[in-house]
Design a protein around this ligand. Structure first.
Ligand SMILES: Cc1cc2nc3c(=O)[nH]c(=O)nc-3n(C[C@H](O)[C@H](O)[C@H](O)COP(=O)(O)OP(=O)(O)OC[C@H]3O[C@@H](n4cnc5c(N)ncnc54)[C@H](O)[C@@H]3O)c2cc1C
Length: 432
């Protein structure tokens, strides 16, 4: 006889595990199916995990979770081939209790999170890929088909937390594949380095961490970012670029990564390190307009599968957790009311609209188009800023009034001041 659960969740990433935790605590009989050997084995993330959303689910989790470092410093580097204009912020307050964010390695963090969800009462089965959904004759989702003998599992509610490769969401008729301007392709290396070297090179106390996001020449002027995050005894180093730009440029992200390693500002930080892990993955970055419908009768879609990432703020895991939590809460209501039709499940989308998740995605809805149509921000402006800063910091015998006039002349030659004002105003309109 086929198995039956109250809720089946597909995927044991942050979205699926958050939903599973809420449901198990609420007394639901919940099954989580994960295709990886263990949770975290198939997941790629730069590695910054935000405290707030998980703290709501597991208060004080960081005191026992396998986190790498507590982040006390965050930086942006606007790069040219041989220079970087840097902007950042550091405070020891971020190391205080409660911290702001951490670096994690998902292969360690996810199994820990999954154990908490199992302890709450959820059933987790790994090495099991869900290959299809089961619909009843009214088109309502009533279960899933796992890719194993007698793999049919029935449930009142199915939650798809399958990540960016959302084949089941597509099968459910809620989404077409991501378009080239709706996703970035990212590659990441974990580079092993001794703990003391990391702390010396990044100026950190033991346990403290730093992040760097790299723009401009880091992606050869294409829309995307490089990143460098400190772990305990490794750094996570990667680069991601909008698929459309990669296709038109003919470059692949690995070429970009190798190129970025040679940058003088990066080279010394990773020198002598040994690459111990390499991974590649898509990141959904289409903003609010690219989000599929998030529910239908018997089904909800959460996390990356629903396109819930905020590339500008490098947030994804937190959006996944919030969407998973809310989907879990709505599923509990559906079970209590004995109605898992869209009439109840639509509350998931309605509630998500009221949170930072969809509010932020609405705010940046046109960010990709804007930077796509205005390549000067990642191509010309880093170069211009670099020249301005070089002139500003170079001490020669030029009186400062003359230096100032020279800088203004230099800027005007490259781009009229009215154009710069217009660019800044347009950017403010697009993402401000
Ligand atoms: C290079 C890179 C850097 C990033 N950096 C950050 C960062 O620093 N901070 C941040 O917050 N976010 C970051 N993100 C985004 C973040 O990783 C995602 O937003 C987050 O992992 C989404 O969680 P999820 O649970 O929705 O999906 P996932 O973590 O992708 O989990 C989906 C799970 O579903 C499983 N699965 C898929 N299909 C099936 C199936 N058919 N059957 C069974 N199991 C299935 C997968 O194996 C996987 O375990 C980054 C992403 C990338 C690619």
């Amino acid at each position: 006889m086929a198995e039956r659960f109250d809720v089946v969740i597909v995927g044991a990433g942050p979205a699926g595990l958050s939903a599973g935790l809420v449901l198990a605590r609420g007394g639901a009989n919940v099954l989580i199916l994960e295709r990886g050997e263990y949770p975290g084995s198939k997941n790629v993330m730069g590695g910054v995990l935000y405290r707030h959303q998980l703290d709501e689910l597991l208060p004080g989790f960081w005191r026992e979770a396998p986190i790498e470092r507590t982040i006390v410093e965050q930086n942006y580097w606007l790069m040219t081939p041989d220079s970087a204009v840097t902007f950042g912020y550091r405070t020891p307050r971020w190391a205080d209790d409660p911290p702001n964010n951490f670096t994690v390695l998902r292969a360690k963090f996810d199994p820990w999170f999954a154990k908490k969800v199992e302890e709450a009462g959820a059933t987790l089965i790994t090495r099991t890929t869900v290959v299809d959904l089961i619909h009843d004759d009214r088109g309502r989702v009533v279960g899933v088909v796992a890719g194993r003998p007698e793999g049919e599992v029935y449930a009142d509610v199915v939650i798809l937390a399958e990540g960016v490769n959302n084949l089941l969401t597509q099968k459910a008729g809620l989404h077409d594949d991501w378009k080239m301007n709706e996703a970035a392709l990212a590659v990441k290396e974990v580079i092993e380095l001794p703990r003391e070297k990391i702390e010396d090179r990044f100026g950190l106390e033991p346990g403290q961490g730093a992040t760097v996001e790299m723009l401009g020449d880091a992606t050869a002027g294409m829309l995307g970012m490089g990143f460098l995050y400190t772990n305990k005894e490794s750094v996570s180093f990667g680069v991601g670029v909008l698929v459309k730009h990669l296709v038109y440029s003919g470059m692949n992200p690995n070429q970009l990564l190798e190129r970025l390693k040679q940058h003088p500002k990066v080279r010394k930080l990773i020198e002598g390190g040994k690459v111990i892990e390499y991974s590649a993955k898509l990141i959904p970055e289409g903003g609010y307009k690219a989000i599929p419908r998030l529910f239908k009768d018997g089904l909800m879609v959460v996390g990356d599968a629903a396109g819930l990432t905020n590339a500008i703020h490098r947030e994804g895991s937190n959006l996944a957790m919030t969407s998973g939590r809310i989907a879990g809460e709505v599923a509990l209501e559906a079970l209590a009311e004995g109605d898992s039709s869209s009439r109840v499940l639509c509350r998931y989308q309605q509630r998500l609209e009221e949170t930072y998740v969809l509010k932020d995605l609405k705010k940046y809805n046109h960010a990709n188009e804007f930077f796509d149509e205005n390549p000067q921000f990642l191509r010309d402006y880093p170069e211009l800023l670099s020249r301005v800063m070089r002139e500003f910091f170079t001490v020669d015998s030029t009186p400062k009034w003359d230096k100032q006039a020279k800088i203004i002349r230099m800027v005007r030659q490259q781009r009229p001041l009215w154009r710069i004002a217009y660019d800044l105003y347009s950017m403010w309109r697009a993402i401000g």
